[in-house]
Write a protein that binds this ligand. Structure first.
Ligand code: GLC
Length: 403
């Protein structure tokens, strides 16, 4: 069995890390399979894949395609038209890209082509591979007008769709009405790596903050700088904490993607935090190589996405590290934790609601402990990445049987 995975980005965002977990799980369960990866850009994903024994190559997107994206574009007619115009300009280079991709697929001769990002779903379908095509959808499609239209146009060419949560699976079904089956395959984590015990980081040193004197509760948001990830909600919440709550906040991560306009810059967020008077109370660490070490260094992990989170890998990772988690109560994130048992919910985009949760947990070490402990148990039950191979086999079997 030979599977070719196609990824637009080679940065280590959630979608790419989820792909690595799949590769790791399949290598373990099916060592004889041949797994190959093609990325549309250079990046650390390639080395990480190689470490798992998966060789990769780069077929770079033309710049016009790499930069265009619907995230952050207003879902209005004007926004959609503007985006459509940008895509139209990219038409020629994209046609060439599709040709080149077709040649690569012919050379590799996969039994299955598995695409891991929206642009790859479209260009791979356009390349009409001889092998069955599986789309792995990590994002909501409904409401993103152009994405929806492009995918709908191609959905007849797909043999199966994998979604990263039940919520995304439902969205895919209603937005695309595919005749191919949709399988919900929730993400999983490496439970050895994301474990309560292990190395930690000195977040203060990383962020250039002086060491803290006296007891402090460390609260952090970890992730890429996508605009919908709620960094400003988190900062707003920190600014609303009562004076007697001894908390230091951390923003861990950086801008990861090439898509124009979809993310904050470090400067944006630092200025925002200055304006709120948070200087010295919030640290910016930049991108960290080992998120598990960063998570273990926090007492409370905040997930603050303002739009429904398709899955929310960081929530599962934080739970696996026995951290107390506060997560935005919407979308696929709801399938990960049980409010009050292994995490606390807050209203997405509502700084007041988030501030109340942070205050509650900052004052209650016993509750943090209880939530963290329950979180690890949930992660062991639901998010062991050994499950991924078992979840994907029926998908691949289905598409091969119907090829
Ligand atoms: C995307 C989604 C995120 C999910 C990740 C892995 O980044 O936005 O919610 O955790 O993919 O599936």
């Amino acid at each position: 069995m030979r599977v070719l995975y196609l990824s637009a980005s080679a940065e280590l965002g959630g979608g790419e890390r989820s792909l690595l977990d799949i590769l790791a799980s399949l290598r373990q369960a099916k060592p004889a399979w041949s797994l190959r990866l093609l990325c549309a850009a250079e990046g650390p994903l390639r080395d990480e894949a190689l470490r798992l024994g998966v060789a990769s190559e780069v077929l770079a997107f033309p710049r016009s395609l790499a930069r265009v994206g619907e995230a952050g574009v207003a879902p209005t007619m004007a926004g959609t038209l503007q985006l459509g115009a940008k895509l139209a300009l990219a038409a020629l280079p994209v046609a060439k890209y599709v040709d080149d991709l077709r040649s690569v697929i012919r050379r590799v001769q996969p039994d299955v082509v598995h695409t891991n990002s929206l642009k790859m779903h479209v260009v791979a379908a356009e390349a009409r591979p001889a092998a069955p095509l599986v789309w792995h959808v990590h994002d909501y499609i409904g409401g993103r007008r152009l994405t929806e239209r492009l995918l709908r146009h191609q959905v007849a060419r797909v043999s199966a769709i994998v979604a990263n949560s039940r919520s995304v699976a439902n969205d895919v079904r209603s937005a695309l009405q595919p005749s191919a089956p949709v399988f919900a395959v929730p993400n999983a984590v490496d439970l050895h790596r994301f474990h309560p015990a292990g190395a930690r980081l000195n977040l203060d040193a990383l962020a250039g903050l002086p060491p803290v004197e006296g007891p402090i509760v460390r609260v952090g948001l970890l992730g890429a700088f996508g605009r919908w990830k709620g960094h400003t909600t988190f900062l707003d919440a920190l600014a609303r904490l009562p004076d007697d709550v001894a908390v230091r906040g951390y923003i861990i991560g950086g801008p990861l993607y090439q898509t124009a306009g979809s993310q904050y810059t470090l400067d944006d967020l630092q200025r925002y935090s200055q304006r709120l008077g948070l200087t010295g109370r919030v640290g910016f660490t930049g991108f960290v190589q080992h998120p598990e070490e960063a998570l273990r260094s926090l007492d409370i992990v905040v997930h603050a996405s303002t739009a429904p989170e398709p899955f929310g890998l960081v929530i599962a990772e934080a739970m696996a590290c026995s951290r107390a988690v506060i997560a935005a109560d919407a979308g696929g994130a709801r399938e990960i934790f049980t409010p009050g048992v292994d995490g606390l919910p807050h209203t997405p985009g509502n700084a007041e609601s988030l501030a109340r949760r942070i205050t509650e947990l900052a004052r209650d070490g016993a509750q943090r402990e209880r939530l963290g402990h329950a979180g690890r148990l949930t992660a062991e039950r639901l998010f062991d990445r050994a499950r991924l191979a078992g979840d994907l086999l029926p998908v691949y079997e289905h598409v091969m049987a119907h090829a």
